[in-house]
Write a protein that binds this ligand. Structure first.
Ligand code: ADP
Ligand code: MG
Ligand code: ZN
Length: 479
């Protein structure tokens, strides 16, 4: 009989904190600049230079730890993690080892309509390495590499989960929810494509029912949440095949190959003894006053999960609607501002999730650029019968593009609803005269033919004719 396996996954997430300067020096953190201009003796590790803490980085790190329910330590310490690699100008990285900034914690995620708690190991601060650019298509066949130290020394937050995740999809959902939370805190811009959010995954299998952890493989170089899911699914299959054939998993570090869609062994896994950790002699232990931690806690915004619950209770939204509006802090802010002036909340959500989001995507604008009051104005024009639905949709597109008031647009362009027999009848008569076949079809019992005729009149009127009145008029005329 074939043995069944459970999947066990732990993630290590690296996050560039949004500070203006690096973690231990005053160099700028601006992305995308000319290589090697944001460097100084401190981040290059030149003799005689001394690191100094960046207060803002510590504030952001503490706020993220608190948002993740992680216990912030009043005393933590920095260590040197020694290794030689061209992206590391000093030959060591200042990191935290056995006394991290925060211990434990968790994030609750929604998984198949159920709430799952993913526990965390720790949250700690360290410095970013430089960036290597390999000539050629891949690291394996490149003949040389270029190095850019602009990134070296930027404040990085590492979040380590317990081996608490049980599928590639769950890992992806965790990352998506984590990203949402991090964006709420404003600690990072979380751009995976720019490398400000990165994730390494450790994965092992074990026979169902066993509690001991299996041998793990570490996967790196996944550049999107989708890639994380694919790489982990790939590893599950690969490890399953080996174990099913009585083989052994080798503990190693792999590279996800986005082209080939497979993991490729990079090197044997280094143990922590390879890093020769020792306390950073140039920095005092980090001591945080209880009042400092309390202050960061008080400054935290309402977090996505709390907000989701509140939106459901206060506005009577369903789970899907509340999730949509809280996935993005500014979208939720927009909704709340609009809901201040308009009390049919479900209808408001429908407009936001349908037409508004569509028009934002089409125009490349972001929701912050739209005045919430304008959407309310538009819906009110429709509700009061001043405009028809097709005109409302058209106006929304214009409103998003130009930021103009729908009310003004209606006046300027003469887009008000056309109703009343005296205005509609001439249009109806014309369409009936021009479409004898459709009229004939309707008389023979084809209901659809009347919709066609309504459509023709609508087109003639530029979408402004009252569709219900129109439908009655046409049916009355031809039946
Ligand atoms: P490292 O020395 O690689 O930093 P850690 O002990 O810090 O190792 O663990 C790194 C990550 O790997 C954590 O997220 C942890 O939960 C996860 N992990 C550890 N052992 C296993 C295992 N056997 N299977 C899956 N994940 C694991
Ligand atoms: Mg680790
Ligand atoms: Zn510097």
């Amino acid at each position: 009989m074939k043995m069944k396996y459970d999947t066990v996954i732990g993630l290590e997430i690296h996050l560039e904190l949004q500070t203006h300067s690096k973690l231990f020096c005053g160099c700028s953190t601006t992305f995308g600049q000319e290589p090697n201009i944001n460097c100084c003796p401190i981040c290059l590790g030149l003799p005689g230079s001394l690191p100094v803490f960046n207060r803002r980085a510590i504030e952001l790190a503490v706020s993220v730890a608190l948002a993740l329910n992680s216990a912030v330590q009043q005393k933590s310490r920095f260590d040197r993690k020694n290794y030689f690699y061209p992206d590391l100008p000093k030959g060591y990285q200042i990191s935290q080892y056995d006394q991290p900034l925060a211990r434990g914690g968790y994030l609750e995620i929604e998984f198949d309509e159920e709430s799952r708690r993913i526990n965390l190991e720790r949250v700690h601060l360290e410095e970013e390495a430089g960036k290597l650019m390999h000539a050629g298509d891949s690291i394996f066949d490149s003949s040389y590499s270029l190095v850019d130290y602009n990134r070296a020394g930027i404040a990085l937050l590492e979040i380590v989960t317990k081996p608490d995740i049980h599928s590639g999809r769950e890992a992806r959902l965790f990352l998506e929810d984590l990203r949402t939370l991090l964006l709420y805190t404003g600690a990072s811009d979380c751009k995976m494509e720019e490398g400000s959010l990165r994730c390494d995954a450790n994965i092992s299998l074990r026979p169902v029912g066993s509690t001991a952890l299996g041998t793990r493989v570490e996967v790196k170089n996944m550049n999107s949440f989708r890639a994380v899911e694919m790489a982990l699914n790939y590893e599950v299959k690969r490890q399953e095949e080996i174990l099913s054939a009585d083989g052994h998993i080798i503990q190693e570090t792999c590279h996800w190959d986005e082209e080939k869609k497979e993991t490729i062994p990079l090197r044997g896994k280094e143990g922590s003894s390879d890093y020769r950790y020792f306390p950073e002699p140039d920095l005092l232990p980090l001591t945080l006053e209880a009042s400092f931690i309390e202050k960061q806690s008080a400054l935290l915004p309402e977090l996505p999960r709390q907000r989701r619950v509140r939106f459901k209770e206060h506005y009577g939204l369903n789970g899907k609607e509340a999730t949509l509006l809280t996935e993005n802090r500014t979208l939720g802010d927009f909704f709340e501002a609009a809901a201040n002036d308009y009390s049919d909340y479900r209808n408001l959500v429908k407009w936001i999730q349908g037409d508004l989001l569509y028009q934002l995507r089409e125009s490349g604008k972001s929701v912050e650029q739209i005045e919430p009051g304008l959407l309310v104005e538009l819906i009110t024009l429709l509700n009061n019968g001043n405009i028809t639905r097709p005109v409302a949709k058209e106006l929304l597109a214009e409103m998003v593009l130009s930021g103009k008031s729908p009310h003004k647009l209606v006046q300027e362009k003469g887009l008000g609803r056309i109703s009343g027999q005296e205005k509609l009848l001439p249009l109806v008569d014309r369409v009936i005269a021009e479409n004898p076949e459709a009229v004939e079809n309707y008389r023979r019992g084809k209901e659809k033919a009347s919709a066609f005729l309504v459509g023709r009149v609508m087109a003639l009127s530029g979408g402004r004719a009252d569709p219900e009145e129109l439908s009655k008029l046409i049916k009355g005329k031809i039946s």
